[in-house]
Design a protein around this ligand. Structure first.
Ligand SMILES: [Zn+2]
Length: 316
């Protein structure tokens, strides 16, 4: 259970359920990319197969070890990663396979890592299995947008949602994985990744290089180029919502860095230094506020195009 960072409440309730042998047949694990969905799925699968009497999953019995090493014959991944969707054929094949008893485990577990990429017919095929599985059958559905699943599927699963990590939960793990990074870099990666370990680790691996959009934003904002800023924002109108949010967060971080430069601290990129020398603190703060507001709107129902349009009038 300690393999999953943070999520204390979720872990405590699962531990209590495992101890009481209340393990459901189907779970829907949700959270953004890098939030620990696969880790939690392995923990659940191990708890189902574990042969230890108490404190399941024990992590040391043969069944647990096979699950955690991804070699358990009765934990089956249902996916064709090279295809865009999870097809109805794939679900039907799983259904046929389900009626062959487990090889060695107590359960036969089907892991569907891209559950939200099932189209309607695949979801309906899955629903039929979820309605009447054999007693040893189990399903672990992973999704970053569970609202795309049929309500009838969701209602048949125990829903487990992964939360962002507190700084004290995330930073020590990042520090162990990236011992060469400074406490400030670790803190910023945690912050920019909205508290999720996977994206924070990815930022640290990439050396926190600025994205192309951030570099252009810095150029235009430092030079007060209205036409440059308009062109940049028009080019962003077709982005997906989460891509926009990621870029806005990066710009906010860049501006915060520029403000630190203005107060005499070293900047972590050439762009931050240039911004800090060409704009006042009030101007930088004003832009931060506009971008924060835009990021908030992007989390709601306002369209990406509308947000980019509004920013054209605000960022000058
Ligand atoms: Zn075990």
């Amino acid at each position: 259970m300690e393999r999953l960072l943070g999520n204390g409440e979720l872990k405590a309730s699962l531990q209590a359920a495992f101890a009481a042998d209340r393990i459901s047949h189907s779970y829907l694990i949700s959270g953004p990319a890098g939030s620990g969905k696969h880790t939690l799925a392995r923990i659940l699968a191990a708890a189902m197969q574990c042969t230890a009497g108490d404190r399941r999953p024990c992590g040391v019995c043969l069944q647990c070890r096979k699950v955690f090493d991804s070699v358990h014959p009765d934990v089956i991944t249902v996916d064709e990663p090279e295809k865009k969707t999870v097809s109805v054929d794939l679900i039907r094949r799983a259904r046929t396979d389900l009626y062959i008893r487990p090889n060695e485990g107590r359960r036969k577990i089907y892991l569907i890592p891209r559950a939200n990429d099932m189209n309607a017919s695949a979801q309906n095929a899955l629903l039929k299995i979820l309605e009447e599985p054999p007693e040893y059958g189990a399903f672990l559905l992973l999704s970053d947008s569970p609202e795309k699943l049929l309500p009838t599927i969701r209602s048949r699963c125990v829903s487990l949602h992964l939360s962002p990590l507190a700084e004290r939960e995330c930073v020590p793990a990042l520090s162990a994985a990236f011992p060469e990074k400074s406490p400030d870099e670790l803190h910023r990666a945690w912050e920019r990744a909205d508290g999720y370990y996977g994206p924070a680790a990815a930022l640290l691996r990439e050396g926190q290089a600025l994205s192309a959009q951030a570099a252009r934003f810095a150029d235009c904002f430092a030079a007060r180029s209205r036409s440059g800023m308009t062109a940049l924002l028009v080019g962003m109108e077709r982005l997906k919502r989460d891509q926009l949010i990621q870029i806005l967060n990066e710009w906010i971080e860049l501006l915060a860095d520029a403000i630190r430069v203005r107060t005499g601290l070293p900047g972590s990129s050439g762009e931050a230094v240039r911004l800090g020398h060409s704009r006042t603190v009030a101007e930088l703060l004003g832009a931060v506020r506009n971008l924060q507001q835009a990021a908030e709107l992007a989390k709601g129902n306002v369209s990406v195009g509308t947000i980019c349009g509004a920013l054209q009038g605000q960022l000058m």
